[in-house]
Design a protein around this ligand. Structure first.
Ligand code: DUT
Ligand code: MG
Length: 144
């Protein structure tokens, strides 16, 4: 599948790090390092502008290494890039650790997953079909 892209970053286009990786690593584009204080959130630019085909979305997801080692995650995870969005892809990072985290230019701060999605049409009805679960949820199964 091909995605149109404008790269206003001085870094190469996002790459799959291994042949079967699902995510393309997104790099921060920064004129100078950005400090993220504990519990602080910041929108990090990537310099990328993409045009997805109809019926596709892109998800901005955290990297597990940054989350595990530094408590850094994507606040709105997974971020949604709509197929009709023409602005810059940005990453909303939040620092959930007790330490300041310095984001460097070119750092791989998140990953982009391109996925198909459905577009639904509502079908208003008076009743929904009955199921074994019914309205049970939130840990309802396995209880006596
Ligand atoms: O992590 C993200 C999430 C969103 N976006 C861009 C692409 C997306 O298509 C647009 C809108 O995102 P979303 O629908 O999540 O935000 P909203 O708060 O619902 O804003 P809007 O009313 O503009 O849809 O913002 C990003 O660049 N990064
Ligand atoms: Mg929206």
């Amino acid at each position: 599948m091909q995605i149109k892209v404008i790269n206003k970053s001085h870094h190469p286009l996002p790459q799959y790090q291994t042949p079967l990786s699902a995510g393309l690593d997104l790099r921060a584009v920064l004129e100078e390092p950005v400090a993220l204080q504990p519990l602080e959130r910041k929108l990090i630019p990537t310099g990328l502008y993409i045009e997805l085909p109809d019926g596709y979305e892109a998800q901005v997801r955290p990297r597990s290494g940054l989350a595990f080692k530094h408590g850094l995650t994507v606040l709105n995870s997974p971020g949604t890039i709509d197929a009709d969005y023409r602005g810059e892809v940005k990453v909303l990072l939040v620092n959930l650790s007790n330490d300041v985290f310095n984001i460097e230019d070119g750092e791989r701060v998140a990953q982009l997953i391109v996925a198909k999605h459905e577009t639904v049409e509502w079908e208003p009805v008076e009743e929904l079909s009955s199921t074994e679960r019914g309205a049970g949820g939130y840990g309802s199964t396995g209880k006596k």
